[in-house]
Design a protein around this ligand. Structure first.
Ligand code: G3D
Ligand code: MG
Length: 199
C-alpha cells in the first residue's frame, strides 16, 4: 500500500495529522484554512507559495478535537507541480472545488485524479469539499460526484464528498470529521497489515 506502511511505523502517536489542502486557484482553499484557524472569514490574497497552520479542530457532533497540520498550497497551474512534494507524507488530502464553476470542473477532475493516482498517494483518504454552495448556480452533489468521476478514484482510496460554504464555515466540521474517521480507519488497517507481516 504505497508509502503508508513504513511511514506509519515511524509516527509518534501525538504527531498532528498532516493534511494538504489542494484544488484549482480560487476554489476557496485559503478561505477554508483561515475559517478553521480563526473561526471567521478572512479575505485572502492569491496564494503564491503555501500557508500552513496547526489547528485543533472540533469535529461536528463529536467531542474530539484532534490536531491537524494543514498545508494550503497555491493552485495556479504553474504551482501545481509542487503539490506532489506536499502530499508525500500526507495522512489526508482535502480537495476544494468551486461548485459554481462548471466551466473548470473538468480541469478540477483532471488534477484530482492526477494527484490521487501517484504511487505514494495510493490509499490516502480524500475529502472533496464542494465549496461555494451558497451560490445560486452551484452544482448538486450528484452532479459533482459524476463530473469529478469520484467513483473512479479507485478501490484503495476512501473519499467523502462534503457540501460546504467556507466563508461561513458550513460543512467544514462535518467534512473534517469524516476525513478524521477515514484516516483513523486506514491507520488501523496499516497496523493490522504490519502485525500480519511480522507474524
Ligand atoms: P484559493 O485559495 O483556492 O485560491 P480563496 O481561493 O480562498 O483565495 O478564495 C477565492 C475567492 O472565493 C475569494 O473571493 C473568496 O472570498 C471566495 N470564496 C471562498 N469560499 C467561498 C464560499 O463558500 N462562497 C462564496 N460565495 N465565495 C467563496 P474574492 O472575491 O476575494 O476573489
Ligand atoms: Mg489561496
Amino acid at each position: 500500500m504505497g508509502n503508508g506502511l513504513s511511514q506509519f511505523a515511524r509516527l509518534p502517536p501525538f504527531r498532528p495529522l498532516h493534511v494538504v489542502i489542494l484544488g484549482l486557484d480560487c476554489a476557496g482553499k485559503t478561505t477554508v484554512l483561515y475559517r478553521l484557524r480563526f473561526d471567521e472569514f478572512v479575505n485572502a490574497v492569491p496564494t503564491k507559495g503555501f500557508n500552513t497552520e496547526k489547528i485543533k479542530v472540533s469535529l461536528g457532533e463529536s467531542r474530539r478535537t484532534p490536531s491537524f497540520r494543514f498545508w494550503d498550497v497555491g493552485g495556479q497551474e504553474k504551482l501545481r507541480p509542487l503539490w506532489r512534494s506536499y502530499t508525500r507524507c500526507a495522512d489526508g488530502i482535502v480537495f476544494v472545488v468551486d461548485s459554481a464553476d462548471a466551466e473548470r470542473i473538468e480541469e478540477a477532475k483532471t488534477e484530482l485524479h492526477k494527484i490521487t493516482r501517484l504511487a505514494e498517494n495510493q490509499g490516502v483518504p480524500v475529502l472533496v469539499v464542494a465549496n461555494k454552495q451558497d451560490l445560486r448556480n452551484s452544482l448538486s452533489m450528484t452532479e459533482m460526484e459524476n463530473m469529478l468521476a469520484l467513483g473512479e478514484l479507485g478501490a484503495a482510496a476512501s473519499w467523502h464528498l462534503q457540501p460546504a460554504c467556507a466563508i461561513i464555515g458550513e460543512g467544514l466540521p462535518e467534512g473534517l470529521g469524516k476525513l478524521h474517521a477515514m484516516i483513523t480507519e486506514r491507520r488501523k488497517m496499516l497496523r493490522r497489515q504490519k502485525k500480519n507481516k511480522t507474524r
